[in-house]
Design a protein around this ligand. Structure first.
Ligand code: ADP
Ligand code: MG
Length: 256
């Protein structure tokens, strides 16, 4: 009897272990899919920006053909436009790909700059005042691409929120060390969130955006999942008509 009970337990344990591994794999796949979905969201911004880069390049090339004295200027244009296009592509590819599983040292200023490059569209072009308050040399040991996924989701949401409102458009990203943690805040002066929606926004598939278009309702659910995985948390404060602040608290050293 004892033997068969034991056998059952061992079987159960093996089954439980198998299910755990399966859930872990599915979680990783979900995060990766959501990253690819945000790349999709950004495609329109990237296409627009590439158009802005390529139009002067083509125009200058045509002018230079007719007027060889402008050749040097045309080449300068092509080189700097090409450089910016390459940076956008690299930022996007780095974000879309798989990531090393182990936490690594991340320079927050660089990561934010990369994230903004991946968004391609310069905030000033939409009259968005983007303020960065990240102390020089701020680093943390964490999974880089996952932290970038949080930032990107928060920034895309903040962008939509400020574009949907008249008046000054401001987005601020700040970082503040707190003991063994880092507190990263993304604030906006956008439309805000109604109190009855504040807890729902973290639920998978909750969205107030056009489904099939920009909204999947997965962004913040993934942000919360990643923040917990990295040993931290994410919270929101919002006043309708005034703006919203997301606060992400992460350990300076994420567990491997
Ligand atoms: N910065 C913000 N300002 C106002 N509303 C927001 C903001 N961020 C998120 N929301 C609200 O939370 C909802 C869920 O966000 P999210 O999970 O990213 O999904 P999605 O962006 O696809 O709708 C949004 O549809 C929106 O109503
Ligand atoms: Mg979103």
């Amino acid at each position: 009897m004892a033997t068969s009970n034991q056998a059952l337990t061992t079987d159960h344990q093996a089954e439980l272990e198998r299910l755990r591994t399966e859930v872990d794999t599915l979680r990783q796949q979900l995060k990766h899919s959501q990253r690819l979905a945000s790349v999709g969201t950004m495609a329109a911004m990237v296409a627009h920006e590439f158009n802005n880069i390529l139009t002067p390049v083509v125009n200058y090339a045509q002018i230079a053909r007719a007027n060889p004295s402008l050749m040097a200027k045309a080449l300068d244009r092509a080189a700097s436009g090409g450089q910016r296009a390459t940076e956008i592509c690299q930022a996007l590819l780095g974000f879309a790909g798989d990531q090393p599983p182990a936490p690594q040292t991340v320079h927050l200023q660089e990561l934010v700059a990369d994230t903004l490059a991946a968004m391609a569209r310069e905030p000033a072009k939409d009259r968005i005042d983007l303020a960065l308050a990240i102390p020089e040399g701020t680093t943390l040991v964490t999974r880089r691409v996952e932290l970038q996924q949080i930032l990107l989701n928060l920034l895309l949401n903040a962008r939509t929120a400020v574009l949907a409102k008249d008046g000054p458009r401001k987005i601020e990203i700040s970082a503040l060390p707190q003991g063994e943690s880092l507190l990263i805040r993304v604030s906006d002066t956008g439309v805000g969130i109604r109190p009855e929606n504040l807890e729902k926004i973290f639920e998978p598939f909750f969205t107030t955006k056009a489904v099939g278009g920009e909204g999947s309702g997965l962004g913040l659910a993934i942000c919360r999942e990643i923040a917990h995985d990295l040993g931290g948390q994410i919270e929101v404060q919002s006043t309708p008509g005034v703006g919203t602040t997301f606060a992400v608290q992460l350990p300076l050293h994420a567990a491997a």
